[in-house]
Design a protein around this ligand. Structure first.
Ligand code: HEC
Length: 111
């Protein structure tokens, strides 16, 4: 192989390798510390029902009575819960905040 061909081959390899790293970085959005089996039905919904639905019952945006209402607003829910703006007049434990945040980071599945 000529020197120039070797050089091109090496450059191509480096470019591909960096692309691969980029793709891996993107998927690291998923929080590895979160239990992927965190369940909406048995863990998230009870927290929302007990702490949010008294106000977010259809009269106050966002409507948090259903999975759809919760999942479509998951980004702002996470923000409001993590910075402790919500729930108004109540407090969540650190564990409850973590579990909501994890379920959202894992893709807010209806599980
Ligand atoms: C005592 C009533 C009350 C409770 C309980 C409550 N909220 Fe709210 N929430 C409000 C009101 C009022 C607003 C709109 C005004 C505001 O933003 O302060 C709001 C706004 C929001 C918003 C929208 C913020 C935005 O960017 O528009 C989100 C998301 C939210 N609440 C999530 C929650 C979650 C999750 C819970 C339970 C952990 C919760 N709330 C509990 C009254 C409540």
């Amino acid at each position: 192989m000529k020197k120039i061909e070797k050089a091109v081959l090496i450059i191509v390899c480096i470019v591909f390798a960096s692309c691969e790293n980029y793709v891996e970085d993107k998927y690291e959005i998923i929080n590895q510390d979160c239990d992927p089996s965190t369940s909406f039905v048995s863990q998230i919904k009870p927290i929302i029902d007990n702490n949010c639905v008294s106000c977010h019952n259809g009269n106050q945006f966002p409507d948090l009575r259903t999975y759809n209402g919760v999942s479509t607003n998951s980004a702002i829910i996470k923000e409001q819960v993590v910075n402790r703006t919500m729930p108004i007049g109540d407090v969540l434990t650190n564990e409850e905040i973590d579990i909501i945040s994890c379920w959202i980071d894992n893709g807010s599945y209806n599980n």
